[in-house]
Design a protein around this ligand. Structure first.
Ligand code: GN1
Ligand code: MG
Length: 373
């Protein structure tokens, strides 16, 4: 059966992989801003699959990317096996090899594809509750903990992905070039960002001074990058393209950037944007429960900084893309990136109003011996 979707001949792509069964239906899956993802529904009892086109404009070294993912998923699988965990195939992703044994396939048009087994009876969520935030905190902390002893160094799938100094330089270049002629309408935003840019770049300085480590992190810790079972229990961390060495701030801060915003990152109604203290507390409780044993004091001390850093960095990234003429993020209307920029700036401002509360809460948690109730 030939399934055509968005002018893509999915049948001929799937024929390159060692999949079982007959394809019944191909439908878009998820709402990522970078890759294109499809669910491959099969006939009968064989598993469904996930077909993904890897955006190699963004992930330019697909071989390195897939190698990272293979190392990470194999390591997690071993850890789960060693811990005699049940239902392991629903707790770690499985890639289906292409006929040449690789976990990806490059088609004649130069597009890159990969296939995973769809984890049965799993759902993704867009909304965060205090309970799911706590569970996600624990799961992402656990993910980092399992990866502290990965046997080989991993490459950066996007070099300097969460390097604030680089993101700032990219904004400065975009301002200088003013490629889309949009600079005048964003000058006030630029001035506001300039005031805090030095402070927000402190992680890179501390790293250069040898005071802050990098670890293997997920680097895209949104609630929709976590699979839950039908009962709402966490199953599996997904979307592993950005797994790479980074500061743990990436995983901690970026989750709260989306999860603890009262509204979506592109809501143009800024009166709805704000920092949700309850979600912050729940996520932090879960995260420290699993991560506190390997975090260094400086990493813990800077967690409130991480919460501010990610809306700041995302604001800088959206603004850069707006100035460049929307070359990176998918947009739905011409000022989409500008709305995202304003939204993230409003969130950043509100997070800063909570600096003291966050520090106090983290200290109070660390003074307790058992974190979760
Ligand atoms: C991108 O595709 P998605 O939504 O998982 C981006 C993240 C941003 C996010 C903003 C590789 O992630 O860094 O935080 O959009 N991923 C990449 O919505 O740039
Ligand atoms: Mg995603």
């Amino acid at each position: 059966m030939t399934a055509m979707l968005h002018d893509i001949d999915t049948a001929s792509i799937l024929a390159q992989f060692e999949i079982q069964g007959m394809v019944k239906e191909v439908k878009p899956l998820g709402n990522g801003l970078i890759n294109d993802t499809y669910r491959i529904v099969t006939e009968g009892t064989v598993p469904d699959y996930v077909l993904q086109r890897i955006n190699n404009a963004i992930f330019q070294d697909v071989d390195l990317l897939q190698h990272n993912i293979e190392v990470v998923t194999a390591h997690i699988r071993h850890k789960l096996e060693a811990a005699a965990a049940d239902d392991i195939n629903r707790k770690v992703l499985r890639f289906v090899p292409a006929h040449d044994g690789k976990t990806y396939y490059r088609d004649e048009a130069g597009r890159y594809w990969r296939v995973m087994v769809f984890i049965p009876d799993s759902v993704t969520r867009e909304a965060v509750t205090p309970q799911s935030a706590c569970d996600c905190g624990m799961a992402f902390g656990h993910f980092e903990k399992m990866l502290v002893d990965v046997p080989e160094p991993l490459g950066e799938t996007i070099p300097d992905f969460h390097n604030m100094e680089l993101r700032w330089r990219q904004l400065c270049d975009a301002i200088k070039n003013n490629a889309a002629g949009r600079l005048n309408e964003v000058r006030a935003i630029v001035e506001e960002l300039e005031r805090d840019a030095g402070e927000m770049c402190q992680a890179e300085r501390l790293y250069r001074e040898g005071r802050l480590p990098k670890r293997i992190c997920h680097c895209d810790t949104k609630v929709n990058n976590m699979l839950f079972d039908q009962q709402g229990q966490v199953l599996c961390v997904i979307d592993l393209d950005t797994v790479m060495p980074s500061f743990i701030f990436s995983d901690y801060g970026d989750f709260l950037r989306t999860g603890a915003n009262f509204t979506a990152e592109d809501d143009p109604d800024l009166s709805r944007v704000g920092f949700n203290e309850e979600i912050f507390k729940a996520f932090t409780t879960g995260y420290l429960e699993s991560a506190r044993e390997f975090l260094t004091p400086i990493e813990v001390e800077l967690l409130p900084y991480a919460v501010a850093l990610f809306p700041f960095m995302q604001c800088v990234r959206f603004l850069t893309d707006y100035l460049n003429g929307d070359t990176y993020y998918k947009i739905k209307y011409p000022t989409h990136n500008l709305d995202r920029t304003r939204n993230q700036l409003a969130l950043y401002r509100d997070v800063r109003r909570h600096d003291q509360m966050m520090a106090d809460f983290i200290h109070s948690l660390l003074n307790q011996t058992t974190l979760t109730t």
